[in-house]
Design a protein around this ligand. Structure first.
Ligand code: CDP
Length: 221
């Protein structure tokens, strides 16, 4: 079974998806982290987005593992823990351009479908309900006011020791949403049959309960 959770930057997808997965005993898959890994690998190797051949070579050799380490998601790239590095400003700045590339998307979607073929999954991203799993049993689309999203992101980054102003974060979030929504391949958009959840005034518990309630209600039908 697949529960797809899509939505714009910092809308609460990761926190929500992780807890929903824990409560249901499903695997949690953060697809944004996968695109962030590819971006980090390209930055480390000095590969430009226009160099298709080098990107293809990189995609052929990259290994990405999302591990559950005592309830915390650990992101491994080529057997190195990159959980914090993939959240750096440099990766965030470049990830939208990298994830708009056809070869990158094909490779990541293949990995995502492969993981989901083995286990029940809560998968979060931008195109899960529209492209990766258009037949997912449950689809949710999380949205929130951009100031609230910037405030949430500010707290996340502060925990990593990275201090950013709200204005800077609003600009980053808007820029990424614009880029992600207008790209040609798999743009960010709500699947027609996805349930919209606006998290602006919801607590984490509130948004998690909403999803669990809907899943449980439909399961008993
Ligand atoms: O957590 P945050 O909202 O900052 O973003 P993320 O989920 O870590 O995703 C980072 C970037 O990866 C997004 O801005 C998209 O450009 C890209 N992405 C994508 O294209 N497709 C997905 N399924 C997930 C992420």
């Amino acid at each position: 079974m697949i529960i797809a959770i899509d939505g714009p930057a910092a809308s609460g997808k990761s926190t929500t998806a992780k807890i929903v997965a824990e409560k249901l005993g499903f695997t949690y898959l953060d697809t944004g982290a996968m695109y962030r890994c590819v971006t980090l690998a390209m930055i480390n190797a000095g590969i430009h987005v226009s160099n298709t051949k080098q990107i293809n070579d990189l995609l052929e050799n990259i290994s990405i593992d999302l591990l559950d380490k005592n309830g915390k998601l650990q992101i491994m790239m080529n057997n190195l823990d990159v959980s914090d590095d993939i959240r750096s400003g440099k990766v965030t700045e470049n990830v939208s351009a990298v994830s708009a590339l056809k070869n990158v998307r094909e490779a990541m979607v293949k990995m995502q479908r492969n993981i989901a073929s083995k286990t029940n999954c809560v998968m979060e991203g931008r195109d899960i309900g529209t492209v990766v799993f258009p037949n997912a049993e449950y689809k949710f689309y999380l949205s929130a006011d951009s100031v609230v999203r910037a405030e949430r992101r500010q707290r996340d980054l502060l925990a990593l020791g990275d201090e950013k102003s709200i204005q800077e974060l609003i600009e980053d979030i808007n820029r990424r949403d614009e880029y992600d929504s207008s790209r040609e391949i798999s743009p960010l958009k709500k699947a027609e049959d996805a349930i919209d959840i606006n998290t602006t005034d919801l607590t984490i518990d509130g948004q998690v309960s909403k999803i669990i309630e809907i899943v449980n209600k439909q399961k008993t039908k």
